[in-house]
Design a protein around this ligand. Sequence first.
Ligand code: GLU
Length: 306
Amino acid sequence: MPDLPGLHSGAGRFAPSPSGELHLGNLRTAILAWLFARSTGRRFLLRIEDLDRARAGAEAEQLRDLALIGLDWDEAPIRQSDRVARYREALDRLRGQGRLYECFCTRRDIAEAASAPHQAPGRYPGTCRSLSETERARKRSERPAAWRLRSDVAEFRIHDRQHGEFRGPVDDFVLLRNDGVTAYNLAVVVDDALQGVDQVVRGDDLLAAAPGQAYLASLLGYPVPGYAHVPLALNPAGQRLAKRDGAVTLADVGRDAALGLIFGSLGLPPALPAALAEFDPARLPREAWLVRPAPGHGTNNVGAGR
Ligand code: GLU
């Protein structure tokens, strides 16, 4: 088992993908992750998840905005693109345990197999799980393989601070994509463990991914972190808030107005030290935060608060 620095002290984290400016919903999740960490005496870390959707300049904008709203962090942010050797090491260990197999399926193959009777939707149907060496050799000459986890559970249970005991399905998910890029589900598990993160606070769109990640952590001999999946911000149409919804970034709304909206939606005073003193996870809203962006500037919160 590799070194797990800082486990004794524990850490929380925020892990944005540098695909664009953070919007009010992202900033609110970052604030919540900071409040959860600081209110429990943990370190707070940032991780830039740039394996996939990176846009030049976005990382600097995001760090600027996180500092502007008053967050602080305890170490220089790490970047996933600098950590590929660590992901390889984890893959090698899983391969040594017989936990990896090559998958040659296209999206279409998976969709077709998954529509067969008795097949749970969204689950990898296991098409490539037991190919013979001859079949693999033939398929390798046709297309590059992705590498999947050979899972031996159908579901896994986690504990979530906001959702309680949560049991969710686990399938043979991809760990290394067929373009050679490490899959998010592997990188997040390796990074949380090696950074000593024992508290994962993030949007509840990722709740369904947590059982697979916790299972993978246990296979790698890592401690499973505690989770708190917090409600997302939605636009008035009930869809996930996005930059295209209008005035939803710190630059659009202004710092004080943004903090007023975010803390107002949480029922907390609009400044970090005061909010920290009053923070109580048991009193956080359970439902999504409805944000009504103005078409020009300024944003009216019609909040589904508490
Ligand atoms: N990078 C992911 C996102 O921005 C978050 C992943 C995580 O917190 O585990 O949605």
